[in-house]
Design a protein around this ligand. Sequence first.
Ligand SMILES: Cc1cc2nc3c(=O)[nH]c(=O)nc-3n(C[C@H](O)[C@H](O)[C@H](O)COP(=O)(O)OP(=O)(O)OC[C@H]3O[C@@H](n4cnc5c(N)ncnc54)[C@H](O)[C@@H]3O)c2cc1C
Length: 400
Amino acid sequence: MQVDLIIIGGGIIGGSTLYHLSQLGYQGRVLVLEREDALSKGSTALSAGGFRNIWTTPINMQLTSYSIRKLAGFHDELQFPIGFDQRGYLFCQYEKNLESARTFGEEWRKNGVRIEFLDAREVEQKVLDHIDPDVKEVLGLQPIAGGVFGPDCGSFDPSAAAQGYFERGIEGLAGRAELRLRTHVSKLRIVDGAYRGVELEDGTFIESGKVFIAAGAWTNQLMERSGLSGADLPPVVPLKRMLYITNFPPIEGFERIPMTIIDQGIYFRPEGPNLLIGKADPETAPGFDITADARYYEEQINYVLQERVPGMERCRLTAMWGGLYDTNEVDHNAVIGEHPHVSGLLFATGFSGHGAMEAPAAGLAMAEVAMFGEYRTIDCTPLSIARFWDNRPIHETIVI
Ligand SMILES: Cc1cc2nc3c(=O)[nH]c(=O)nc-3n(C[C@H](O)[C@H](O)[C@H](O)COP(=O)(O)OP(=O)(O)OC[C@H]3O[C@@H](n4cnc5c(N)ncnc54)[C@H](O)[C@@H]3O)c2cc1C
């Protein structure tokens, strides 16, 4: 078939873009290429599925506020369940951080982000915070002075959302979209700064007017194999992040707690009848290994959790896995849009752990660029790779 647009990647970003093309009335032909034998086998399936609009950069507040509204209406709009659960996010704060958060409160208000400031007693009521002063000192834990609570935040199932987006996108494009699994793109053919087509691992060449690389943490690898280098590559590396599952601590009502973030960025929330727990390891070196490590949980997470959550010592690790963040090492934000030096090459990567929750807005933005050559709903121009060339990074600091 004659192809107008190739989408590389069967995760939530590729899916959302396909769906939004169909919603915008795209009349071209789209081919989706995914190397695995099923959709959503990359980071999308390994995500913690959290969503929040609590950020320090207006662009992230905008992208996530829009996306949360779309996730809330996903079931009605796509007739597809995604486990949307607006249970809130609670950032527990030491005295000093609480002060800075209060100072920042006006920015959240201006950007339409609803926040409640909680005192220590209210935090305790939400999550039950009992601290033994002696052990606290050994672990270097400071008293929790209060918290920042985002009532609009919560969690969903990113794999289900990706699946829903692909199914409805393919239906909506009515015979003009095709999905090919087990199809590994080895490189893009780029001639004189213009994209021409993709070369598959088996040697096949497929021509298309445009390509959208939605290959998450593998995007740079593919770009490098296609001849891009240096500043033409987004400053993005694959970084392993691990998640752990334990049974619940024996606390009445614990299944109703919000996503809670405590000391050293440890976060946890109920996941069915279990607790899902994570913490970014600042020592992780870039790489594609995703082996999960129980020792990291035992040595870096468990002790702190036991101090903050009574009964946690009775909880056992029952499952764990690792996955990749596509981490933007410069400013921890997405790098998206058409490549300024390669016409016809669109990409979206660098989401640094917030790609699932930004997927509704990012997919719409990429569909608009593919179809109209410009953003029409949310201006994502500041997220272009050109910001690094002009030294205009957009630093996001609330990254977990
Ligand atoms: C442990 C963990 C926790 C996370 N928690 C959250 C969270 O709470 N909230 C949140 O918003 N985000 C979270 N994230 C991040 C989120 O999962 C990602 O940002 C998001 O899933 C990225 O989606 P994607 O479609 O860009 O990439 P992916 O889902 O990785 O999809 C890329 C696809 O491209 C395919 N591919 C790659 N190269 C090729 C090729 N050459 N040819 C063909 N196909 C190719 C891959 O097989 C893959 O299916 C987390 C990530 C991890 C690992």
